[in-house]
Design a binder for this molecule. Sequence first.
Ligand SMILES: Cc1cc2nc3c(=O)[nH]c(=O)nc-3n(C[C@H](O)[C@H](O)[C@H](O)COP(=O)(O)O)c2cc1C
Length: 364
Amino acid sequence: MNRLATTFTGLEFENPFVLASAPPTESKRKILRAFEAGWGGVVTKTIGLHHVENVAGPKTIFQRASDVAPYVSRNKRPDTVSHSSWNWELISDQPLDLWLPDLEEIKKTYPTRMLIASIMAGADGDDEMANWQKLARAVVDVGCDAIELNLSCPHMDRKDMGANIANDEDVVRRILKAVKEAVDVPIWVKLTPATSSLVEGAGAAYEAGAASISLCNTFPSLPLMDPETMKFEVEVDGLVTSGGLGGLAILHQALQRVSDISKVYPDGAISGIGGIRGFREAFNFIVHGAGNLQVCTAAMEEKGSGGVGVQLIEELKSDLNDYLERKGHNSIEEFRGLARERIVEHNQVRRKSENYNGGYDIAS
Ligand SMILES: Cc1cc2nc3c(=O)[nH]c(=O)nc-3n(C[C@H](O)[C@H](O)[C@H](O)COP(=O)(O)O)c2cc1C
């Protein structure tokens, strides 16, 4: 029996591990390599219709921390461990027309693996709604199993795109309505963690027919400046802008957000993302309610595998399988969401004395 198999948003995954929308899924070559290595699914690098041109410098850096010299930096030093990725890469610059035959070939080559197309358009006006529909129809026509709406890219100039619109519940509803009218596949909605109304945004998405929330995209953040050179660790002509932090550094914050949504919508599906490097992180997303797991930074960092996490997926599968066997579970569903009830209000946690009323006076 395959204990790793899961049904998520109605789709059959051989295992719950999926490469997230990012460089590991930016081309046919990489996606085929990822499936060969054993990933259960991929979400393609986000595909759009607007003009994309990246900055004239590095798009991603990998930052490391060290016990010996305990500061975070991209600079190569001995005895360091991974801390995070920082990127300001835009969505795919490969046009839709070139993606379509690639997607078709990928799906034909690996029919049992889940191919999810990440798409993005704007929010201003009917033309943009038509763009969402055009993208959705095109990728479904060539065989994609599901769609992920990118409402979360943290470095968009356009105010009607990416993380800039994730706060707006009406916009979320409008986009979902348009896409659902166009196609009949599960629609995942990838939200930004950088909003105080995340749970409301997720609620609007579920109500409007989202099959799942994907969480998190990267956290808006700045790279560090070197005190000696006065240069940012990544910059172009001395300038930088808000980019996205990913990797281990965002794990705890991503878990909090998955938990926030899962507690209010225990029946809502969640694809957990943020800092997964191995079984332990994946396990944590599952106990907070995630039924599917996406990975980006750890796959990119793996040396010698072309940035698609060949060894990583082997380890994830075998460590999860060992755990399930050892605990006598038939699937992750048997422990999914188990932490939910143990996340409570601060005042619900026992004090040493009984004279505490959540900071309020105790009525005498
Ligand atoms: C270089 C880079 C490019 C990315 N591009 C996209 C993208 O096009 N669309 C998207 O939805 N997320 C994008 N992401 C975000 C990842 O899919 C993922 O949500 C994030 O990196 C957190 O996961 P991690 O901690 O495993 O890296 C990108 C991340 C990185 C590092």
